[in-house]
Design a protein around this ligand. Structure first.
Ligand SMILES: [Fe+2]
Length: 329
């Protein structure tokens, strides 16, 4: 593993990043992202317009921690945080080539690995012997939205060591651009408004990944335009599901997202109390449909800020894509 030298990413000039990375993102777009990163590092902005976003509520996390400890339910919440569920999710498509029927896609999302070092071993133990064709990680490697990146990279090295190629990732709203070179050196290519192909049984599907649309506003659909043939089956990796309108308009068949953590701390029955999603509530967790577009929002494999979950277990998901004459099974 190549350890990152940086303990804290700083707002840097595009010239200070590898030339190849600058070329891939574009100098102007990279400059805008670095400006946003600088704002985030200095905490001069909130990440969301959503008034129910925990970041907008003063002392939210401190209050939740105190209340859970006072009520004696902190350990119960921690046990659920560590109890990562392996979820198998079948999705049916008439547009999926029959040659791809049964394609198994592993999705990991919102790891926030430096929140609790013990979580990495749990994740590795689940994925190391898992049966899948393709692995996709939908962002948020770091816990906080600012500060040190070297700890999460150390844990990501273990996760990457347990994954089998092909594997692709995207960045989330907790992820500075400085994570890209070390993650890619670990064998995790990050899709920055880029498209790759996956081939099986002589057929290809297309996988596009966009940069974080939630805070860094790095999602550049114009860059993706023309990278997917019109009649091809295509998947969009989007950290947050708030890109559903663009994804539908661009003709993607499936969106894989995360970001919401499913609410992370919910009422019995998984009822969401407070969330960070700038999207319709039915997109906060699990399968959803928007016009002809199908989507899945992971509840997240980790959690952020507090190692607690209530009525919203973390997940590692294996999507099994099925070809059907009709989209409805
Ligand atoms: Fe997250």
């Amino acid at each position: 593993m190549q350890r990152a030298d940086a303990t804290q990413p700083e707002s840097r000039n595009p010239q200070e990043l590898p030339d190849e990375l600058v070329r891939r993102i574009g100098k102007e777009a990279l400059g805008l992202r670095l400006e946003k990163q600088a704002l985030q590092e200095s905490k001069q902005v909130f990440q969301s317009k959503n008034p129910l976003n925990p970041d907008r509520i003063p002392y939210f996390f401190e209050t939740v921690r105190f209340v859970c400890q006072a009520l004696g339910i902190y350990q119960r919440g921690y046990r659920e945080f560590m109890d990562v569920q392996l979820v198998t999710n079948e999705i049916f498509f008439s547009s999926l080539p029959p040659e791809m029927d049964g394609l198994r896609i592993l999705q990991i999302s919102d790891l926030h690995l430096d929140l609790d070092p013990a979580l990495t071993s749990v994740i590795v133990s689940i994925i190391e012997d898992l049966d899948y064709d393709l692995a996709l990680i939908t962002g948020d490697y770091r816990d906080d939205t600012k500060g040190c990146i070297s700890d999460c990279l150390e844990y990501m090295h273990r996760v990457c060591g347990a994954l089998r190629e092909p594997v692709y990732g995207i960045l989330g709203n907790h992820d500075p651009i400085e994570l890209v070179p070390p993650l890619e050196s670990m064998g995790l290519p990050i899709l920055l408004n880029e498209t790759v192909t996956y081939e099986k049984n002589g057929k290809q599907i297309y996988i596009s990944g966009i940069d974080d649309p939630h805070f860094y506003e790095g999602d550049d659909f114009d860059k993706l335009r023309g990278t997917v043939p019109e009649d091809a089956f295509s998947i969009l990796l989007s950290h947050a599901p708030e890109t559903h309108q663009e994804a539908l308009q661009m003709g993607y068949d499936l969106v894989l997202a995360g970001h919401t953590h499913g609410g992370q701390i919910c009422l019995p029955g998984g009822i969401v109390v407070i969330h960070n999603g700038d999207c319709p509530s039915y997109m906060l967790a699990g399968n959803w449909k928007y016009g002809d577009l199908k989507g899945y929002t992971s509840r997240g494999t980790g959690g952020c800020r507090l190692p607690l979950r209530f009525f919203c277990p973390p997940e590692i998901t294996v999507h099994v894509l099925k070809h059907r004459e009709s989209d409805n099974p």
